[in-house]
Design a protein around this ligand. Structure first.
Ligand SMILES: [Zn+2]
Length: 253
């Protein structure tokens, strides 16, 4: 059974797996237990499902399909913001599956989803050129988008433009913690070459530790949220967070 589960989560592309999420229903009985807990859907399990290629064990919530990065954002929203209480005009690019239904249910949000391709998004727009009104949103999310777009700085500028003064954005990207600077080369278009150099066949860059500086370069004030500062090692293990991942909150003054 373990091999079958590993095969499924490693080989079926995530968008397809989301469509097949009812399949996960049959996997759940094998994961009953109380060693890990998902803060998003509040379910607990013996462990989470594996995900990704490199020893990616114990990562994916069998119920809501959250990964470490989704759980990190959820915790930040709960602990550090009035996201769930105050009224916010909120634009969400490339909306993540564990969040969409939950955000749509929140009556305090004026919530719009956006994606260049996904048919389920409210708006079909390009993050580089949205055509939307300036100074109009309190919150914008665009997670795991900027490593795909031709010019990430242009996209950051566009998000800065769309935010109201006092608004904030979350734009997480994969970061190569071993590199001080972002690695990009528009001449690399071969999917295999991109996978080798940027970590995935459709990534056009691999951001380095200079990522927050790139956000600052377009005018954002960047704040960091680090789980190790608020949780014990046991809690981090139970929720299964990636302690290397820093959440950057990009604020427009
Ligand atoms: Zn969950």
């Amino acid at each position: 059974m373990r091999k079958i589960i590993k095969f499924i989560v490693r080989n079926i592309p995530r968008p397809l797996m989301i469509k097949l999420s009812k399949l996960v229903f049959f996997i759940k009985p094998f994961y009953l237990g109380n060693k890990v807990e998902c803060p998003i859907c509040k379910k607990h399990y013996r462990k989470f499902l594996p995900y990704g290629n490199n020893a990616g064990v114990n990562r994916l919530c069998p119920n809501c399909l959250s990964l470490e990065r989704h759980r990190l954002i959820w915790i930040y929203l709960n602990k550090k913001t009035d996201f769930f209480q105050a009224n916010h005009k909120f634009l969400h690019f490339a909306p993540e599956q564990p969040f969409i239904k939950r955000f749509k249910k929140l009556k305090n949000l004026n919530y719009t989803t956006a994606d260049i391709v996904s048919p389920i998004a409210d708006l079909h727009i390009d993050i580089l050129k949205t055509g939307l009104e300036s100074n109009n949103y309190d919150i914008i999310f665009a997670n795991h988008v900027l490593e795909h777009v031709e010019n990430d700085i242009f996209a950051m500028k566009e998000i800065f433009r769309l935010l109201k003064s006092g608004g904030w954005a979350i734009m997480q990207v994969p970061i190569n913690f071993k590199s001080q600077i972002t690695d990009e080369d528009p001449n690399i278009t071969d999917p295999k070459e991109r996978e080798k150099r940027f970590g995935q066949y459709d990534h056009v860059r691999y951001h380095g530790l200079d990522y927050p500086n790139r956000l600052e370069s377009v005018g954002f004030i960047v704040e960091k949220f680090e789980v190790e500062k608020i949780f014990s090692q046991n809690q981090i293990e139970r929720i299964r967070l990636d302690k290397n991942e820093i959440l950057y909150i990009a604020k427009k003054q």
